[in-house]
Design a protein around this ligand. Sequence first.
Ligand SMILES: *[C@@H]1O[C@H](CO)[C@@H](O)[C@H](O)[C@H]1NC(C)=O
Ligand SMILES: *[C@@H]1O[C@H](CO)[C@@H](O)[C@H](O)[C@H]1NC(C)=O
Length: 431
Amino acid sequence: MFSTSLLSFVLLLDSVVAAPSTTDSIEATATVPFASTESNTILWLPDADPSEVKPIRGGLGSSVIGPDNVPLDIENADLFAPPTTDHGSVKNSKWPFSFSHNRLQTGGWAREQNLNVLPIATEMAGVNMRLEPGAIRELHWHVTAEWAYVLKGKTQISAVDAEGRNYLDTVGPGDLWYFPPGIPHALQATDDDPDGSEFLLVFDDGTFSEDSTFLLTDWLAHVPYEVIERNFQATSPEAFAHIPEEELYIFPGGYVPSSSDTAPESPQGQVPLPFSFQLSKLQETKLAGGSVKIVDSSIFNISKTIAVAEVTVEPGAIRELHWHPTQAEWGFFLEGDARVTIFASTGNARTFNYQPGDISYVPAAMGHYVENIGNTTLKFLEIFKTDRFQDISLNQWLALTPPQLVKAHLNLDDDTISKLSKTKPVVQGPA
Ligand SMILES: *[C@@H]1O[C@H](CO)[C@@H](O)[C@H](O)[C@H]1NC(C)=O
Ligand SMILES: *[C@@H]1O[C@H](CO)[C@@H](O)[C@H](O)[C@H]1NC(C)=O
C-alpha cells in the first residue's frame, strides 16, 4: 500500500516535471538529425613521423603524390586533414613570425605582422623585436598606442608626455609597458641578460607598420639646418653638424644602461600613471586545468586600449568554449602546442594549429576554444583592443539559463544539466 502510493507519487512527479519536457524537446528538433559524435581529434602531433602524415580522415581523402611542403603539413594537421565539423570558410587566422620579412640592423632586428600579411586582423598588429645589450630602438612616436610583453632579458624604456612629465623604467621578462598614442619614447636593452632582450609589441590598429613610425633622426635630417639652429638656439655653427643623414632605427648605443638608472629631473615631475606593469609578479588565478592572469586598465591604469589574459593550459586540458562580446582577440603562443576552432556563424568553422612564435586572430564575437594537444604546458596571450577584459563562457551561459530552455535546444538530461558550471571554468581539466 505504502510502496504503491510512493510509486504513484514518483510517477506523478515524473510526468509533471520531467516527462513533458523530454517529449517536447525531442519533438521540437525532430526534423533535424543529431550532430555527429565522431571524436574528430587531431590526427598527428608536431613530432609525427612524416610517413604517417596523410590528408586522410576516415573514408575521406587520399595521399599526396605531387610536390608537397611536408614540414608545414606536419605543423598544420587540422588544415591538412580537417575535423569533419569544419565547414565553409573562415579567413586564415595563423601567422607565424617566421613568415615575416625580418629587418636586420646592427645590434638587433624587427619583424612585423599587420593587415597586409594577415587580412583577418583588422584591429591590432604585432612586432617581434630583438636588441643586443646597449642596442637602441631609436627615439620615436606613432599615432597608435604601443603595448609590450617582454619575452627575454630586460629593456629600459623612457618617455615624456605632453605636460613634460617623464618616465624611465627597466622592464623584465613577462612584464608589460604601454605608451599612449603619440607619446615619444625609446627602448634600449640592458645587460641583465647577456643576450640583451627580446619583446612582443602590439599596436591597436591592424594597419600599423613598424617601418612608418616618426623617428627623431629621420625628422631632423629633413629640417633645414638653419631652422634647427634657430629652434635650439645653437651657440656654435658646429653644434648640430653631426646629426645622422638618415634614420638609425635600431643601432648600438655605445653604452649599456643600468637597471638602477632614473629619469632626468623634470620640473613637471613624473607621469602620474606608470607606463610599465609587473605582470610577472601578479598572483595567477589557479583553475582546474591551468591558470590565468588578466591585466587591463583596472590595474594597469594607463593601458586604456589594450588588455591581456596570460593563460596556461595543462596537457589534456582546454581553454573552454567562449567568445568576447565586442572585442577581437590577437593571440600569441609562448609555449606548447595548441588547436583552435573558430566558429564564424552561418555554418562556417575552421580549425588551426599553433606553435610557439605563432600569432592567432579571432574576430569579435566568434566562438572558439584553445586545446592543449601536446605533452607540455601550453602558454599563450589573449590580447584585446579594450580597456576591460571580457569573455562569455558557453558553460556558464547554459547553467544560468532556464533548464527547460536549454533542454529544448540540446536534448540534455537532468544529470548533464546539473553539471553545467554557474561560475566560469575558463580552463577545464582533462575529462
Ligand atoms: C589605478 O586605479 C585604481 C582603481 O581606480 C586605483 O585604486 C589605483 O590607485 C590607480 N593606480 C595608480 C598608480 O594611479
Ligand atoms: C606525447 O607523449 C606521447 C607518449 O609518450 C607520444 O606518443 C607523443 O608523440 C607525444 N607528443 C608530443 C607532441 O610530444
